[in-house]
Design a protein around this ligand. Sequence first.
Ligand SMILES: NC(=O)c1ccc[n+]([C@@H]2O[C@H](COP(=O)([O-])OP(=O)(O)OC[C@H]3O[C@@H](n4cnc5c(N)ncnc54)[C@H](O)[C@@H]3O)[C@@H](O)[C@H]2O)c1
Ligand SMILES: N[C@H](C(=O)O)[C@H](O)COP(=O)(O)O
Length: 336
Amino acid sequence: MMPSKPLVLSLGDPAGVGPELIVASWFARDVHSLAPFCALGGARLLAAAAKKRGLDVPVVQVSSLEEVAAVFPRALPVFGAIDGDYAPAQPCKAGAQLALDSLTQATALAISGDASALVTGPIAKSLLAEVGFAFPGQTEFVADACGVEAQDAVMMLAGPSLRTVPLTVHVALSAVPSLVTQDLITRRARIVARALQRDYGLAHPRLAIAALNPHAGEDGRFGDEDQRIVAPAIATLRAEGIDATGPHPADGLFAPRGRATFDAALCMYHDQALVPIKALDFDQGVNVTLGLPIIRTSPDHGTAFGIAGQAKAEVGATVAAIRMAAQCARRREKAA
Ligand SMILES: NC(=O)c1ccc[n+]([C@@H]2O[C@H](COP(=O)([O-])OP(=O)(O)OC[C@H]3O[C@@H](n4cnc5c(N)ncnc54)[C@H](O)[C@@H]3O)[C@@H](O)[C@H]2O)c1
Ligand SMILES: N[C@H](C(=O)O)[C@H](O)COP(=O)(O)O
């Protein structure tokens, strides 16, 4: 079943793989039974990306999202006049500005309800900062646009094998221990549990909380945060009826037998969460933002400037992000 409104895709950095993966996703729309979507801007740029990738992708400018469903079977719908020159692997400020404008306008369409969900193309954070982007990433930007505090917008990486949540994200590793608090763990765990119930249909989600220290500190021999902070946070969650376990030593948590014991693993820092997902499911991994009034997903990868424009970039993670956005949007519509 498809959501009642189309999805909207932001372009991402136009020098990255985002544009070619938008046209490649449209080209694979029937194979993957994709719900109708439109790109936000970039009609000329997307046509050039399709040509460069060797794909026959007609691009049609639409004046309303209500036209998307009728156009989608025969052409890639584009809403919005913003555009730029296609120069893969040549990032520049103008491209970063186009990425930001596309993200801003696409986010507004999801918030207004004109689009059923937002799928964001990969951006380069450092380049976006040069055009005034003052957020750590797209997660925080979309949360702010939705009026949600950054601490209540939770990044989850989801693939066929695994779901992980980095409790701390784009911060230096040296800052992590001081950021790991009982409130951080319990606040985000509650959001994850609710989202797995609401958007993924898991009535009793099982949350595994990874330990910060190797072997969970080995009874305090190398670090006591797991005893002092993580274990009490888990006790608080369990007292509330949330099925949280741990602190689990991360080295064994993602083995097949470990993965079978939980629905999502809450991890202490970015790479503890993202390494297993990208190792196991790179070409099907989805970055989804939990805790928002809208559905927002993105592929699990970045701009991949080194291969942009060479028809080497795998489309799987973008397709997975589109599919997950449509599934979550549809589930929310049915529950409304
Ligand atoms: N979703 C996002 O917006 C997102 C995600 C991760 C990184 N980033 C940003 O992207 C920029 C580059 O980051 P990075 O180099 O660490 O990560 P990256 O994901 O862009 O690239 C990492 C490696 O994966 C490869 N790769 C990425 N996507 C691929 C695809 N679809 N098919 C085949 N190979 C692929 C790249 O060629 C590279 O070798 C940074 O500015 C980073 O902040 C954005
Ligand atoms: N941490 C994400 C990843 O590596 O996939 C990526 O940086 C995207 O973060 P935002 O969606 O917040 O930009």
